[in-house]
Structures are given as C-alpha cells and as structure tokens.
Design a protein around this ligand. Structure first.
Ligand SMILES: C[S@@+](CC[C@H](N)C(=O)[O-])C[C@H]1O[C@@H](n2cnc3c(N)ncnc32)[C@H](O)[C@@H]1O
Length: 205
C-alpha cells in the first residue's frame, strides 16, 4: 500500500489533475493572489502557470515527494519562486500570520483531518488574508448525493482518501472564514458525483 501511495498514486493524480478542462478553473482560482502565498496540497504543480506576477513566493505543502519530481518541468519554467517547505497541511511549520494568501485546489477532499488543516491555514494567514479555492465536494442535488454516498468508499480507496461528500463551504465557515466569493457548478467533463465543485475566496477576520 505504501508503494501505491508513494510511487503510483502521485502519477495518477498528475494525469487526472492535468486535464485541459481544469486549466480555466485554475486560472480563476489563482487570480488575485499576491505576496507570500502558501499552497496546500501542491501535487505536481499544475497551478504554477497560473500564479500571477504579483506573487512574491509560493510555499508548497505536499506529502508526496514524487509530486515534486513530477512538477520539475513546470518548476523550471516558473517565473514565481516556489519552495517545498512542508509535508502536512494539518500541522504547518510556520508562525501565525506568515502569509498574505493561501491556495487550495482539489485538496480539501483528501486531507484526512480537514478541520485541522483549515485551522492551520487560518492561523498562518495574516488578518484579512485570503484562501483561494476550487474544490469538489457534496453536490447540491439529492439525486447526485445518493450516488456520491455509494461511490465514496471506492473513490477513497483508489484516490488516496479522496472524499466526495465534504460540504466545502460549510467547512470553511465552521473554520472561521468568511466567504467573500463563491461559484458552485458541476465541472465539465467530470461525472456529477465527482465534479460538484465550488470556486471562490474565503477571508480571515
Ligand atoms: C487531488 S490531489 C490535488 C493536487 C493539486 N492541488 C492539484 O490541483 O493538482 C490532492 C493532493 O493533496 C495532497 N495531500 C494529501 N494529504 C495531505 C496533507 N495532509 N497535507 C497536504 N496535502 C495533502 C495529496 O498528496 C495530493 O497531492
């Protein structure tokens, strides 16, 4: 299982998350990022081409070393400095108020203790700092939710613990963020049970 998680899963994620359909969503999620940015669940760096020039540096948090290797070409082409500085979004090795903004794309589904991770993100953001997100989670429609509940156990097994029933906006609100922008939709090209998405910005007090 460790071999699957370390050597196989990051390659599957690299392909699954590298789709052209996702690029427009990545561009929207990254829009407006500036200053010191922390990215939770960096994966293989598919957001790199969309970091705005106003970003001074991205601090990447990612448990999978292979993800960093697979990001090589994108990292070399990046105009924004990126450093890999942590393994676990649930326990960030930075003082309070270290970052101007945070970025999370299709990651809150996978972090085991998502509430702990959101507490950590809020803690390391400066007051008024923003979390830019695009995430999949609990669908708005009950007919889709029924499928999500059926598929979730298999989905978690195949995709490294990826939940498809997390109510992302509620989790952000519970963690003390104020949602300032949100768009909810079904992702084009994805089955509805896996593609019920929210894209937006959440702010710390
Ligand atoms: C579906 S992938 C998304 C990757 C990337 N954000 C993207 O948009 O391509 C979920 C990512 O969350 C990472 N992850 C899992 N547990 C984590 C944790 N505790 N802290 C930070 N990242 C984690 C996985 O290794 C994986 O790279």
């Amino acid at each position: 299982m460790a071999m699957y998680a370390e050597r196989v899963l990051p390659r599957i994620i690299n392909v699954a998350c590298g789709g052209k359909d996702l690029q427009a969503l990545r561009r929207r999620a990254c829009s407006g990022l500036a200053g010191e940015v922390i990215e939770i669940g960096f994966g293989s760096g598919h957001n790199i081409p969309f970091y705005p020039a106003a970003v001074a540096q991205v601090t990447a948090i990612e448990p999978a070393g292979l993800g960093w290797e697979l990001a090589g070409k994108r990292l070399r082409a990046s105009t924004v400095p990126v450093k890999w500085s942590g393994l676990d979004g649930q326990d960030l090795p930075f003082p309070d108020g270290s970052f101007d903004a945070a970025l999370s794309t299709w990651t809150l589904c996978t972090i085991p203790d998502v509430a702990a991770a959101l507490d950590e993100v809020r803690r390391v953001l400066k007051p008024g700092g923003t979390l830019h997100f695009v995430e999949h989670g609990l669908a708005p429609d009950e007919s889709v939710r029924r499928w999500q509940r059926r598929v979730e156990p298999v989905n978690k097994m195949v995709f490294g613990g990826c939940h498809i029933t997390r109510p992302v906006v509620d989790l952000l609100t519970l963690a003390g963020f104020t949602i300032t922008e949100v768009d909810a939709f079904y992702q084009r090209g994805a089955p509805k049970f896996g593609g019920a998405a929210v894209l937006g910005i959440a702010k710390t007090a």
